[in-house]
Design a protein around this ligand. Structure first.
Ligand code: MN
Length: 237
């Protein structure tokens, strides 16, 4: 009458999902992905091309599911439900220490390292969501939407506050800017975000994209390059 059914030895009632993880440059150990946060509109030219006013808006955030993370070098099926898949070249910050209410002056102490990333976006679904004042989740958080190149330890490459960021689709240069053009630099991003949620080791933060976002078609390869880091390339089937 009471108590667990026969054969119940604890554990999980369905197989637990695998922990999402990503490659680390030069190591066999991998990066365990906890949460994926993304900053909207962090370069003024991109804010303008998306219809915003870069001078007035504090940073805002959205998330992708941890299991949307995919390492660079992958051949991906073209995402469903879109006719307008866009690339967004971004610096990804990997947190080795957590915390809430982090001061900007202390924020870099929480950074383990960096990677080149691509915040893949179903732009048609995002435009519809904006028009209807609906959430962005299905535009931004679809399967394999968070492309992350090999992670590099800050202890090896330093902290990145400047340097070239670029995106190519096949051999055509689509985006080219400097990390120094961020409206909110990495310490400010982490300070703002940590006032909204408690951050923890394993968290990744996509720090926004410069101008020049545009479509990727089936059969094309999209490569994000950041000075000092290995690139993040994906090919779409
Ligand atoms: Mn983005």
């Amino acid at each position: 009458m009471t108590g667990p059914p026969d054969g119940d030895e604890g554990g999980f009632v369905v197989p637990p999902p695998p922990r999402p993880s990503l490659p680390v440059a030069g190591r066999t150990a991998r990066w365990p992905v906890r949460r994926i946060f993304c900053v909207g509109r962090n370069y003024s030219e991109h804010a303008r091309e998306m219809g915003g006013d870069p001078g007035r808006e504090p940073p805002f955030f959205f998330q992708k599911p941890a299991d949307a993370a995919v390492g660079g070098g992958a051949a991906l099926p073209f995402p469903p439900a879109t006719a307008d898949l866009h690339h967004e070249a971004e610096l990804v910050v990997a947190l080795g220490r957590g915390g809430a209410g982090i001061a900007p002056e202390a924020a870099l102490d929480h950074v383990w390292g960096y990677a080149a990333g691509n915040d893949l976006t179903r732009r048609d679904l995002q435009a519809e969501a904006k028009a209807l004042r609906r959430p962005w989740d299905m535009a931004k958080g679809f399967d394999a939407s968070a492309v992350v190149g090999p992670l590099h330890a800050a202890a090896e490459v330093g902290h990145l506050s400047q340097g070239r960021i670029a995106c190519r689709v096949d051999e055509v240069l689509r985006q080219e800017a400097d990390l120094a053009e961020m409206i909110w630099p990495v310490p400010s991003v982490l300070a703002h975000l940590s006032r909204l949620v408690r951050l923890a080791p394993g968290d990744l933060v996509f720090t926004g994209t410069p101008a020049g976002v545009g479509p990727i078609r089936p059969g094309q390869t999209c490569t994000v390059e950041i000075a000092g880091l290995l690139p993040a390339a994906v090919r779409f089937l």
